[in-house]
Write a protein that binds this ligand. Sequence first.
Ligand code: ME8
Length: 652
Amino acid sequence: MKTFYVTTPIYYVNSFPHLGHLYSTLVADTLARYKRQCGYETFFLTGTDEHGQNIERIARERGVTPQAHCDEMAEAFRRMIRDFGLEPSYFIRTSDEYHHRGAQALWRRVREAGYIYKGQYEGWFCPACAEFKEEEEPGRPPMCELHGRPAERVAEESYFFRLSAFQDRLLAFYREHPECVRPAARYNEVVSFVQSGLRDLSISRVSVRWGVPVPEDPQHTMYVWFDALSNYITALGWGNEGAHLRAAGVSEGPVFDRYWPADVHIVGKDILRFHAVYWPAFLMAAGLPLPRTVYAHGMWLSGGRKMSKTLGNVIDLDVLRRFFARDAVRYFCLREMVFGEDADFTYGALIERINADLADGLGNLASRTLTMVQRFCDGRLPEASARAWGGYEEELRAAAEATIRTFVAEFEAYNFSRALEVTWGLIARVDKYLSDMKPWDLARRPQERARLETVLALAVRVLRVLAVLLAPVLPETMRALWRQLGFSGEPAGVNPQELQVEAPISGVRIGEVRPLFPRMDKEKTMAEIEKQRQSEGSVSSSAWITIEDFARVDLRAGTVVFAEKVTGADRLLRLLVDIGEAEPRQVVAGIAPYYRPEELVGRKVILVANLQPRTVRGIESRGMVLAAVVGPEERPVLAGFTEDVPSGSRLR
Ligand code: ME8
């Protein structure tokens, strides 16, 4: 039997899951469903990446053991999987014992092949991403762009992986396998990175305890990426007995030989280098086959910026869970993001797509067709008749056949967005066909019976095609549509590669007709989402920041010594705030409708003192005064003190 192995990255347990995490998993879930439907025996792996200095530190700050922290976080990811109806074959946790044994077995293989040696590592390390950073200016800590913090200097004994020995072999591999990194732009990036030269990689730490011990030298802990990447094979039972698979009811023992090499590792582009350079090198060193494809998807942006807990613009899964049907979230993610490129996520765009594509498009086509079958054909699927079959019908049938072929080709090429766009083109054509043929008029003329039945039969056949093609994307609603059409079994049981428009379905009694996708009231939903986001619930489920993250914000007590309105700007006041510096700070604040300048002079406020200066209406603002945001009109209420505080005092 043909097999297919798809993986997501295993999620780092430093933050709660958000849309970015959900995305990798739902892409993999969609692919897995599609491949199963095409008759492949499919293994879909996901899980959590739990080791490293960063996790050790977070657990310490929370006052819990690393294991307890990881247990809690792994459960949050499992919940994401349950709540969004995702169906991985197995969920791996790198703190699991069988994984440790597998990772150690890989280490031994690489060491025995002569690619691991002991040395001294000195370098810049960002604990938040567990990554060594290149030194840009001699002696100066590089800033981690992702976490906005300087890297830390680390000097210690370390094991090294001889990555430099793999430069030529990797380049030869890329040349011979142009599909090994996709999309093409990422392939080129990887090739030029490797061409620019590879340095050996430090792959152990003595200062970190929370991790997989290095075999025969347990003072050392494996570098978290060596351990994490190996999950893709340890989960299949490589380097262990596969007892975890038996316990989970997945298989009797290891399935490594059946599924490895992976058909595709789905990853975000931020972790491409690990998957397309380090991982193949580790595997080459161990003499194991290399994954067929690493596909790097783009980033979901929110407000034009990468979603990150540090920026506080994370799309919260709680909001998606509460307000949206899960099939709608799947559809939006796959339709809106051209796979491989970045895309912006807004609730407004999600609601608009639900209304336009799902409710008015697919949903409306299904309900108007089935309602007519109910009314005009006594609830039985009609038969097309040769007498009434003309050029228009032939054209539409050909369009449906072409859609099937294009959909399959685009899906195979990971162009999910294009596959859906083409499918919605077909929906629009059938809609137009119904509007042109006016079956409701035909129904009033008994001599047009054959034409009426032909029109509806064709529309029903297209609905059947849609249910089959869209089953991996909209699994729940397409199942519901299948039942409404009166079919037994599942749309997922029909192979899209063998799908045809013609099918012996006439005479089938349809099920109860119900709307597949209710329309959403955009304004009302947006207002409710905003309310929820303001409420405590979403604060508690957003990710933690560390004490160091917080300490980067320089908060000072200050005294307003001068205030005036900014001419030409109704909302703005220009303030001078004394924070114990030689000169008071000039700050522009959007509080003019709520505070008179004279009542502010002498008032104690809290100032964010290290905010990057910006110019507002030609006035340089060097800081921000803190205020609570109250009520739907978002009235600012200045924060202050009930006791006297000297200007310039730090807050922490
Ligand atoms: O990187 N949009 O884990 P992770 C799209 N543990 N994808 C996003 C995203 C966003 N805004 N934010 C994050 C790790 N992701 C490692 C993986 S694999 C052996 C180890 C994606 O939890 C990100 O690109 O930080 C990555 O693919 C995945 O979420 C997990 O990120």
